[in-house]
Design a protein around this ligand. Structure first.
Ligand SMILES: Nc1ncnc2c1ncn2[C@@H]1O[C@H](COP(=O)(O)OP(=O)(O)O)[C@@H](O)[C@H]1O
Ligand SMILES: [Mg+2]
Length: 253
């Protein structure tokens, strides 16, 4: 809930660890994240309200251009630069799934956001300007973080023609990934690793969601009501597109 220029959210086990990370980002000069403002008298987490607008799937035409990917890639690059070298304090508690992390990603390089869902990217003047909702932040790799951003924004999740936003119906997704890769400044090694990681990630998101649907009745409704089919189609589409994606992404543009 918003109060003035602050946001109040339920305090979770990881909230104070995330606030420590947000404090580091502020000190490092990164301005694209909420400021950590502690805990209020009712025990809620307090963050600064980040002005702007979010777009959700299906992305409207104004959020579907290559220029948006360029700004998002630069924003994530700046986040990575600000995050690198920060060592979480002993006793740090993170959200998200450590299993996904360990199996998919290997040894962590830095703490990062890891959840670039469309509702977590704040636009100003039509361009991505800031990130919110660091609930899934934890130690990870730059490449996993990039793959997650592309999942929502290439988008890989909605690559199958049946799931495309109308504004992206004719979009060339491998091209969009190459635009992101160039704007981020991905290394040859990251480019080579992206497609295999994305395929594994799609598989893992399916398995994780399937497991969550067994535990959480609200999520189960969403999963059985079409969420499962979207992830099935996404994985099949991605496997089919993998060579085309690799051909566009592996060579810098
Ligand atoms: N710090 C913030 N500044 C501005 N808007 C926010 C902020 N935190 C949340 N919001 C708004 O609330 C929505 C949901 O918040 P979020 O933290 O992403 O929770 P969740 O994804 O778990 O619902 C966001 O899409 C955004 O519109
Ligand atoms: Mg969110």
């Amino acid at each position: 809930m918003r109060i003035g220029d602050t946001v109040r959210r339920p305090l979770r086990p990881f909230s104070l660890t995330v606030q420590g990370y947000l404090g580091h980002l502020r000190d490092a000069g990164f301005t694209g994240a909420p400021l950590p403002l502690g805990v209020d008298e009712q025990g809620r987490e307090v963050l600064s309200f980040v002005p702007g607008q979010v777009h959700r799937h299906p992305l409207p035409a104004e959020a579907a251009g290559d220029d948006v990917l360029v700004d998002l890639a630069r924003l994530i690059r700046a986040l990575h630069e600000a995050s690198a070298g920060w060592v979480p304090p002993p006793g740090a508690v993170w959200g998200g799934s450590p299993a996904v992390q360990g199996k998919l990603v290997g040894r962590a390089e830095l703490v990062s956001h890891r959840d670039y869902a469309t509702g977590n990217v704040i636009f100003r003047d039509g361009r991505p300007a800031a990130l919110i909702d660091f609930d899934l932040a934890r130690p990870t790799t730059r490449l996993y973080d990039i793959a997650n951003a592309l999942w929502y924004w290439a988008p890989l999740k909605w690559g199958d023609p049946r799931d495309r936003a109308p504004a992206l119906e004719d979009a060339d997704i491998p091209h969009r990934m190459a635009v992101f890769a160039d704007a981020y400044g991905m290394t040859a090694r990251q480019r080579a690793g992206l497609t295999p990681l994305a395929v594994d990630m799609a598989r893992r998101y399916y398995e994780d969601s399937s497991a969550s649907a067994k535990l959480d009745p609200v999520f189960r409704k969403h999963w059985e009501g079409g969420g499962r089919d979207v992830l099935r189609r996404a994985e099949a589409w991605l496997r089919e597109m993998a060579p085309a994606i690799a051909a566009r992404v592996v060579q810098p543009g």
